[in-house]
Design a binder for this molecule. Structure first.
Ligand SMILES: Cc1cc2nc3c(=O)[nH]c(=O)nc-3n(C[C@H](O)[C@H](O)[C@H](O)COP(=O)(O)O)c2cc1C
Length: 422
């Protein structure tokens, strides 16, 4: 019997994804001057041959002054549509990724207070920008506080003018991606980046129209969504990646209020993930005792692969028509099919396995391959000896990113890729 993973999915904008397996966004660390280049296109050409239903790119930063890593592609200035060479390079990237018909959606992002010192052209000592001046807290121990002080400068509260500028930067980036021929954009509103910082009461303490209530905290994201819709073609997808909230947390209903607002603003899909630099749950690591207890308590989650399954079910119950992607932890056909058959999601987002096997969907969708063989087992990424004294959850997530970015680098060069060894 054909797998339900092979079914196409039609987004509200009309874009059809040929199956339910989406490569998740992974920062490639390949854009040396923060512009797309042939190496980046080569990596995506490899993924284009992999039978994915959708390819999500690694995060593209909307302002070169505020970068997630020093090697992300970024928007360097206001987009006028007149820089033919720039557009050509982005077109090459879009063509490489969509060469075999897989729609490619570009993840667009601003790191806000999570922009590392030295990442971006604003200078080593310039503050980061954020909804409110709430510094990063990766722990109260001496080592954690020292790391935070070295890694990040203090955030500064954004002015109204800066809010307008960043909205324009998101819209400009989306327009550039549409002109280049990509199939859509995904607003990165998860993992503690700027849009997530606005949504969350922990980091947004504003008292103007962009803070205070859950509705006002969602306004920044809603403005970006509405303004973007006005400038991109009707069949250009706009999705969003959002963090899940623990059912037991104070903010659970507030997150649900925000999702309802986003859903009614015309989203093509909602991707569910979780975590931030302060609590990297997206990689299956957590610094939060509460999160660990709640994960351990959930027998359903433990029995299956996905990290944020329970939350996806809740969103599905409240928004049956919203196209949902669930990302984090999927390693097998059985796990992916269980999530689809259960109705938890419409699309399965796959990150780390895609860096090791760019053609992972061809394995999962091959009816000749038995269920027990349709999987990729991944051990924990190795932690370098000199980093072993660092906080375990942080270094674990850092080691995962570093290891898999290394595999993406190999993939771009046409070299063999490897799962972490035992
Ligand atoms: C090397 C690497 C880079 C990543 N970069 C991004 C990113 O740019 N944007 C994003 O939303 N998530 C990023 N992630 C997180 C993944 O999209 C995904 O949420 C996470 O890896 C969990 O999925 P998995 O268990 O299938 O790997 C990255 C993960 C890895 C391993």
């Amino acid at each position: 019997m054909p797998s339900p993973l092979a079914d196409p999915v039609k987004l509200p904008c009309g874009l059809v994804l040929p199956n339910r397996l989406s490569k998740a966004a992974m920062a490639e660390m390949l854009a040396k001057n923060n512009k797309p280049n042939d190496t980046l296109s080569d990596a995506y050409e490899r993924w284009s041959q992999g039978g994915w239903g959708c390819i999500l790119t690694g995060n593209v930063q909307v302002d070169v002054n505020h970068m997630g890593s020093p090697f992300d592609p970024a928007l360097h200035s206001e987009y006028t549509g007149k820089d033919a060479a720039l557009l050509e390079q982005w077109k090459k990237y879009a063509d490489a990724s969509q060469k075999h018909g897989t729609p490619t959606i570009v993840q667009i992002c601003h790191p806000g207070r999570q922009s590392f010192r030295g990442a971006g052209k604003r200078g080593m000592f310039a503050p980061t920008i954020a909804p409110s001046a709430v510094p990063i807290n990766i722990g109260t121990g001496l080592v954690e506080r020292a790391i935070a002080a070295v890694a990040w400068t203090q955030p500064r509260e954004m002015t109204r003018g800066e809010i307008d500028t960043v909205i324009r930067q998101f819209v400009d980036t989306a327009r550039l991606m549409a002109d280049a021929g990509f199939s859509g954009v995904e607003l990165h509103a998860a993992h503690g980046y700027l849009l997530d910082q606005f949504l969350s009461s922990k980091t947004n303490r504003r008292t103007d129209e962009y803070g205070g209530t859950p509705e006002k905290r969602a306004r920044f994201v809603l403005d970006i969504l509405t303004e973007t819709r006005k400038v991109v073609p009707a069949n250009f997808a706009i999705g969003i990646k959002l963090n899940s909230a623990d059912h037991s947390s104070d903010t659970f209903e507030e997150t649900m209020t925000q999702i309802a607002l986003l859903a009614s603003a015309g989203l093509d899909f909602l991707e569910i993930s979780g975590g931030s630099y302060e609590d990297p749950r997206m990689m299956g690591h957590s610094t939060s005792a509460k999160a660990q207890v709640s994960d351990a308590k959930s027998a359903r989650t433990a029995a299956r692969e996905a990290f944020f399954l329970e939350f996806a079910h809740t969103v599905r119950e409240r928004h049956p028509d919203l196209v949902l992607m669930l990302t984090g932890g999927f390693r097998s056909r059985a796990g992916a099919e269980a999530a689809i058959n259960d109705g938890a999601c419409d699309l399965v987002g796959i990150g780390r396995p895609a860096a090791v096997d760019p053609k992972f969907p061809l394995l999962l969708l091959d009816e000749q391959v038995a269920d027990e063989d349709a999987k990729l087992v991944l051990e924990k990424a190795p932690v370098p000896w000199y980093a072993k004294w660092l906080p375990r959850s942080l270094i674990g997530a850092g080691a995962e990113s570093t290891y898999y970015a290394g595999q993406i680098g190999r993939l771009a060069k046409g070299l063999a890729t490897y799962a972490p060894a035992l």
